[in-house]
Design a binder for this molecule. Structure first.
Ligand SMILES: C[S@@+](CC[C@H](N)C(=O)[O-])C[C@H]1O[C@@H](n2cnc3c(N)ncnc32)[C@H](O)[C@@H]1O
Length: 475
């Protein structure tokens, strides 16, 4: 679960029942007087959805009975594909929130918090849930929300109007066979597109999935197959987005989609590799027994941190995006390591600036236990070719004001919490060197290797000198 997801702790149904009379009708109490609702009852689930959206986001929602309710859709079309469950967790919409929070993290370096951020929701459904949540959470977000079904868009329009968001959410009926009809609206760039695609490739596949469920599909969902079925299933839907992205490229900074089946993750990663897109991110949204995946790719140069771009699950090891961070541990304190690094950078004519860690500052504990610095590299000064030029007296410096850097990097030094097996006073520092911007992975990697080689040399020499000094004093 994303750390900012407010459903990290279960809402108190008793409190909600007290505040919302319509919800109260669905609340029961067990022997221990604990409030619960019947998750088999679509009306109860729907009312819970309305209540939480109102209580937690100030959103008003109304969904026609023959359309997917964001929660019911999680149970019926998303969560229950393989393993039906009636647990509380999967029936709420935390995975939708996880997806929104992940996008917030993904785009935070491509947009500023003060400018308008435009996003696209492909297949917004009757609820228009992603644009509503996205706008409720982010005052500067605006959406183009599409759907292929008029009746769903009419319901979505009603929800947008009810929430006074018509100036921030534009609805578009997509009657073309494209997934990104952005040429049908006034031209602009978008920070992201997102999608919860229909999962099934045929009505039959949907019916088989429904038949495999422990409980029959509720009447709420039986008439909404067009929302869950698409030719070729979710794989084809996402592949279409990918193919269209090859044309639009940087007009959308991050192309993303939710994925409901693990097999689809493998297939989409293979497609990305086929098109030589190495700037992609993969994450896992876990909620109770339910696992969903988020995939994103970009033609831009921003390289997101590994915490956002790499899933931690071992099951996904074979599809992990290429790494953009190197981590090593050094037998010294952060300050000494920082001075060693900056002297290597200065020698290599690489600029750097020390940044403050706002989290550390906020905690009023700003000290040298954690040091951040970053910079941009314009010339590969450590390469043999450039060193030869320098030796021949050539001016290798470029006008940094006008030329694009080769890449940007960030360096983080943290006092290691690793347990020392040797003397207690031996301090260790964790060094993380991150690639944050650029399109040439090889140059960043050669920069890191140069830095590491020089640090190895320096600390080996220091150690040797220390031993020699110790030997002299003892003799
Ligand atoms: C699984 S539902 C997701 C609905 C909503 N975003 C949610 O998460 O609850 C998939 C949606 O995609 C829509 N859809 C199917 N084909 C589409 C297309 N070509 N363009 C836009 N939307 C499409 C369906 O009508 C449906 O509303």
């Amino acid at each position: 679960m994303h750390p900012r997801n407010r459903y990290n702790t279960q809402p108190d149904f008793h409190v909600l029942a007290f505040k919302y009379p319509k919800f109260r009708k669905h609340v029961r109490y067990d022997k221990e007087n604990k409030a619960y609702i019947d998750f088999h009852d679509p009306d109860a689930v729907r009312e819970l959805s309305y209540t939480l959206l109102k209580n937690d986001f100030g959103l008003y929602l109304e969904i026609p009975n023959d359309a997917l309710c964001p929660m019911v859709s999680l149970c019926q079309s998303c969560c229950d594909i393989d393993e039906p469950s009636t647990e509380y967790e999967i029936c709420l919409h935390p995975n939708r929130l996880n997806y929104i929070h992940w996008i917030e993290d993904l785009i935070c370096d491509v947009v500023s918090s003060t400018e308008d951020v435009y996003g696209i929701d492909i297949g917004t459904g009757a609820s228009c849930i992603y644009p509503l949540l996205g706008c409720a959470l982010n005052a500067n977000w605006k959406f183009l929300a599409t759907d292929a079904h008029k009746r769903l868009l009419e319901a979505a329009m009603n929800n947008v109007e009810k929430n006074n968001l018509s100036d921030r959410i534009t609805l578009l009926l997509n009657s073309s066979n494209r997934k990104l009809p952005i040429d049908d609206v006034p031209e602009r760039d978008y920070a992201f597109c997102m999608c919860n695609p229909p999962f099934y490739e045929s009505v039959k596949q949907h019916e088989i999935a429904a038949a495999n469920k422990k409980k029959p599909p509720s009447s709420t969902c039986t008439s909404s197959q067009d929302e869950m079925v698409t030719p070729g299933g979710e794989y084809q839907f996402i592949k279409d987005i990918l193919e269209e992205s090859l044309v639009f490229r940087r007009r959308i900074s991050w192309y993303t989609s939710m994925i409901g089946r693990l097999e689809t993750v493998d297939l989409i990663v293979a497609e990305l590799k086929k098109h030589k897109i190495d700037n992609f991110v993969l994450t896992e949204f876990v909620q109770g027994k339910t696992r969903r995946w988020g995939i994103g790719w970009s033609f831009g140069n921003q390289r997101p941190p590994m915490a956002i771009s790499q899933p931690s699950s071992r099951k996904l090891r074979h599809v992990k995006p290429p790494i953009s961070e190197f981590v090593t541990t050094w037998d010294t304190n952060p300050t000494s390591l920082y001075f060693a690094i900056t002297s290597i950078l200065t020698e290599a004519l690489v600029s750097y600036q020390r940044n403050s860690d706002s989290a550390v500052e906020k905690s009023n504990d700003f000290n040298d236990d954690s040091i951040l610095c970053s910079g941009a590299v314009f010339v590969e000064t450590w390469s043999r070719k450039t060193r030869r030029k320098i030796a021949a007296g050539e001016d290798i410096t470029l006008n940094v004001e006008t030329d694009q850097p080769l890449f940007k990097y960030a360096i983080r030094l943290e006092k290691s919490t690793e347990k020392n097996t040797e003397a207690q006073d031996r301090m260790k520092t964790k060094l993380t060197v991150s690639w944050i911007w650029g399109d040439n992975r090889n140059i960043f990697e050669s920069f890191y290797l140069h830095l590491k080689r020089r640090l190895d040399e320096k600390f080996k020499t220091d150690k040797k000198q220390k031993i020699e000094r110790n030997d002299k004093t003892t003799s």
